[in-house]
Design a protein. Sequence first.
Length: 352
Amino acid sequence: MVTGQGLGGALRLKIPRWALTIAAFALFGANSINVGSDLSGIADAAGMLTGLNSHYFVVIFGVGIAYWTVRSSYYQIAIILKWLALCLFAYVITAFVVRPHWGSIVHDTFIPTWPKDHDTWQNLVAILGTTISPYLFFWQASQEVEQEKAMGRQMLVQRQGASSREISDRKLDVGTGTFFSNFVMYFIILAAAVTLHTHGVTKIESSKQAAEALWPLAGSLAYFLYTAGLIGVGLLAIPTLTGSSAYVFAETFKWKEGLDKSFKGARPFYTVLIFSTLVGIGMNFLDINPVKALYWSAIINGLLAPFLLVGILFVACDRKLMENQPSSMLSRVVVGATMLAMFAAAIGMFAL
């Protein structure tokens, strides 16, 4: 909002190009793996509802989502993704449907155990990486730029600086989104813990297996809620994942970018977006375990994110780059503490 450009463009002014290029390729790899896993989830859900081979749906959804993202305007995409986010509450309802023992859950929520071995630290890095994900950093910042462009501020100088009201509104927006994303994640973990894990189902190979295991454990309602959630969340995530890859490459190499531009007007930008989708589609035909792939992409994100947070702090504290509107001290402390916690988790994973 303040610099008038996306995160990649701001980081390019503060860190070496080679470091940003490495981050761009790492992000592309992790995002493409996520795309493949999400396509697998959508396809599995559609296959369970229709009885057809899920591979057909991988291609249909993959090509369809890529085509829609390229052809639609920013506002069309933003409005649809906003309402699709409601699908996430299917997981919250599922957690209540399975009737967990709330006394022990409240205790373990507020008095957690300390990680003691390599696997537990690795799980912690993956959880941090799937929540504090680098693709969200780039997507969120780029959408602020897209929104200003849609308001008619096409030139960089028109977008620089932000009013106190704009910053206050965006803090509320980001804070609310952060709360609800973690709220939903908590209930996803809870639902899995009190159904699958409690009954010894710990080796999940696909989302279909997870859904089928839920039926006898939690009933048909939980099964259908989970299946509906898979489709909604996949449709929500894939444009965000491929779009963030495209933004980081465009900002790193100074390409023309934007979801409001035509394919001809931003060919390299859309090429990255489409190629990320194709990699995800191809993953489903190579016998790669989508759940394991998703897990390892989360670990990559968990290791990459704290380094990007260092760069974000450099940008946020630079008064000149931030048009004399640097981030507040509270924001910097919170980001710094998060960064240190993520570095600590990574060290714990490698040290044990």
